[in-house]
Design a protein around this ligand. Structure first.
Ligand code: NDP
Length: 339
């Protein structure tokens, strides 16, 4: 089969494209520039049939019209993910929602043979951090109740976290509404990951330009955190290769149709990260110590995302935090040098 992966130059999408190729799929990736497309061609050399299509801005009407032609399935991952320096929530909401409806419309218009569309949503579309007191065990039945009203009420003042969370909530809602209204011949699934860690294979030549989730780990392992940042309860995490695999399984498994899937491997704390740094990379200095071995105790007060459905329906087995964090840090040090 032939799969379109949008935003293929991104952290998660590059792994998704790579695993698809390794499993024998033909892949077309959308990227914003020729340079990013050529970079992917280089790293995917010998893995299978990869081609790229330029999609500069997912908010442009009809921008996916050509890219969707001829494919059997679509994994839509392109969407802005940053929470710092947001001046207007629409910076995030516009591309998230227009990108989603845009690709769905292009499929409807130009490719009746698509069988399944998988979009990358997020736990941001599931959790309600203001109105529900931690610890909550979230399931796929939950929807973020807080971020859309927050953004509507606060407008331009509402930068950052809620703007991103609203963008993901609105984008996923747009997917399910499109299916309800248009009743397309194809079906869809959504993947809802928490913070994604793991090996970086996409083009990044400067740690300042790392994607948001890996940038967190970089900070914790390069002396940019202090004892006062610990125990650092954060949320939940998952390895990028497991999330990529979840996208592929969601394209393949018939029962995935019409479903959203939480894909969390467990809770994330600063203490958990520094414990791995100290045990696996003792040569890294300036990393706070906190109270080693107390991750579980800190995590007790964090909300959880029940990911049983992803295991049962998609067959995802989650990598351990120690392995994922080690792989992330090792890869970053090889790429950017050893601070
Ligand atoms: P990246 O920033 O690495 O990937 C985002 C991709 O989207 C990039 O290829 C980017 O292109 C592209 N993109 C963004 N805005 C536009 C636009 N206006 N027009 C065209 N392309 C655009 O982040 P991730 O890989 O982490 O994110 C991928 C998806 O996963 C997103 O939908 C994100 O919301 C979701 N997600 C991520 C999580 C995480 O922790 N990483 C957790 C949960 C969900 P370019 O780089 O060229 O700008």
């Amino acid at each position: 089969d032939f799969i379109l992966v949008t935003g293929a130059s991104g952290f998660i999408a590059s792994h998704t494209a790579k695993q698809l190729l390794q499993q024998g799929y033909r892949v077309r990736g959308t990227v914003r520039s020729e340079a990013k497309g050529e970079y992917l061609k280089k790293i995917f050399q010998g893995l299978g049939e990869f081609e790229y299509a330029i999609v500069e801005d997912i908010t442009t009407d009809g921008v996916f019209d050509e890219a969707v032609k001829g494919v059997d399935g679509v994994a839509h991952l392109a969407s802005p993910f940053y929470t710092e320096g947001v001046k207007d929530p629409q910076e995030l909401i516009g591309p998230a929602t227009k990108g989603t409806t845009g690709i769905l419309k292009s499929i409807q218009k130009n490719n009746p043979s698509v069988k399944r569309v998988v979009i990358t949503s997020s736990v941001a579309a599931v959790m309600s951090t203001d109105s529900r007191k931690s610890p909550v065990v979230y399931t796929e039945d939950d929807w973020n109740q807080d971020s859309i009203p927050h953004v509507e009420e606060k407008g331009l003042e509402s930068a950052g976290g809620h703007a991103y969370q609203a963008s993901k909530t609105l984008a996923e809602k747009a997917l399910w509404k499109f299916i309800e209204d248009e009743k397309p011949s194809w079906d869809a699934a959504a993947i809802n990951p928490p913070l994604v860690l793991g090996e970086v294979i996409h083009q990044v030549d400067d740690p300042e330009k790392l994607n948001t989730s890996v940038a967190y780990i970089w900070k914790w392992s390069t002396g940019q955190k202090s004892e006062s940042d610990l125990p650092g309860p954060m949320g939940s995490w998952v390895d990028v290769k497991d999330v990529a695999n979840a996208h592929i399984r969601a394209l393949e498994v018939p029962e995935a149709a019409g479903n959203r899937f939480l894909t969390s491997a467990g809770n994330l704390t600063g203490q958990g990260i520094v414990d791995v740094v100290h045990s696996k990379f003792p040569e890294i200095k300036n990393v706070p110590v906190g109270k080693p071995g107390t991750h579980d105790e800190v995590a007790k007060n964090l909300s959880k995302f029940n990911s049983e459905k992803s295991t049962k329906v998609l067959g995802i087995k989650y990598k351990s935090f120690e392995d994922s964090a080690t792989e992330t840090i090792q890869g970053l040090r090889a790429r950017f040098g050893k601070p």
